[in-house]
Design a protein around this ligand. Structure first.
Ligand SMILES: O=P(O)(O)OC[C@@]1(O)O[C@H](CO)[C@@H](O)[C@@H]1O
Length: 307
């Protein structure tokens, strides 16, 4: 099974408005509220496509109970660790494009983290792939993902890491199978400059492969053996929040498949999955028929000459 980890789980609130104007008041046309956080979105996309997934992470308080209830209503299996603090909310305002407000999340104590690591190691025994994604809540050390990567690998699982700042930088040293930053996260971790050069600098820091999600500019996969670029099918309008999570979902599914990793197909699949989530107003939702249609439109990328 694919285990997704959301240490800073959230109640994702999405507001649809006609236009977003700073310093003015807005009428909200539609409100959506559901369990979120990056790992939850990854699992939701995978579950919609029939994959065997389990969600873990940390939740607490009323918002934590709502997150658990929402997942149970959606029929997506979850085993969270409990914390004293109250899980956060995130707010996404969709007005053609999306504006996102991420709360910092609740403080996690050393004892809560110790208990969670015990649970995580237990869940890893049945996981072939572990996805570590999203921000760390306050109180957790920035090497939290490095620790979980080591735990997961000790149980024989493959690891995909989607993080930012120190959590990404320190996580890389634990050698995940794939690191998936977006372009801004890549620039923060590896410095500015051409994307492929920055991705190669990130690769030198430990992961076996790097996949950079670049929104409308598509995906770039970089390994020691080569690199592949794939573009989205066309310019799409909708809610791009969660499109990177769909990329992580597709890559996790590819890591889960037996046999050698097929980079061209995995990246084409990731581009199609990501595009199919942009069409939905809510992060983590995918339209399976749009996904299948995009898969026909996207050509598998050929390897790029070494630079
Ligand atoms: O604060 P984080 O963990 O970095 O991001 C959280 C978040 O904005 O990312 C998702 C989209 O990727 C949203 O559904 C979600 O709540």
């Amino acid at each position: 099974m694919i285990l997704t980890v959301t240490l800073n789980a959230a109640l994702d609130v999405t507001y649809e408005v006609d236009g977003l104007v700073p310093n003015s008041s807005h009428r909200v046309r539609a409100v959506h509220q559901r369990a979120g956080g990056k790992g939850v979105n990854v699992a939701r996309v995978l579950a919609s496509l029939g994959a065997d997934v389990l969600i873990t992470g940390l939740i607490g308080g009323g918002a934590g109970a709502e997150i658990a209830d929402d997942l149970s209503r959606a029929g997506i299996p979850a085993r969270f660790g409990a914390i004293e603090g109250t899980s956060r909310r995130t707010v996404t305002v969709v007005a053609g494009d999306a504006t996102v407000f991420n709360e910092p999340g609740p403080a996690v104590t050393a004892e809560e983290w110790r208990r969670f690591r015990g649970l995580f190691r237990e869940l890893c025994r049945d996981a072939r792939v572990v996805v570590l994604s999203g921000s760390l809540p306050p109180g957790l050390a920035p090497d939290a993902y490095a620790e979980l990567t080591e735990d997961a690998r000790a149980e024989g699982a493959r690891v995909l890491l989607d993080a930012d700042h120190e959590a990404l930088r320190l996580g890389l040293a634990a050698r995940p199978d794939i690191a998936k930053p977006n372009a801004a996260e890549l620039a923060r971790a590896a410095g500015p400059g051409p994307v492929e050069e920055a991705a190669r600098r990130l690769l030198a820091a430990g992961p076996a492969a790097v996949v950079v999600s670049q929104g409308a500019d598509g995906l770039l996969g970089v390994t020691p053996d080569g690199s592949w670029a794939v573009r989205p099918p066309r310019r799409l309008s909708g809610n791009p929040t969660g499109a990177g999570d769909a990329v992580a979902a597709a890559l996790a599914r590819a890591l889960h498949s037996p046999g050698p990793f097929d980079w061209p197909s995995a990246l084409a699949d990731a581009a199609a999955m990501s595009a199919a989530t942009v069409l939905s107003p809510v992060a983590g939702d995918i339209d399976p028929s749009a996904y299948r249609a995009f898969l026909q439109e996207i050509a598998c990328p050929s390897p790029r000459p070494p630079r």
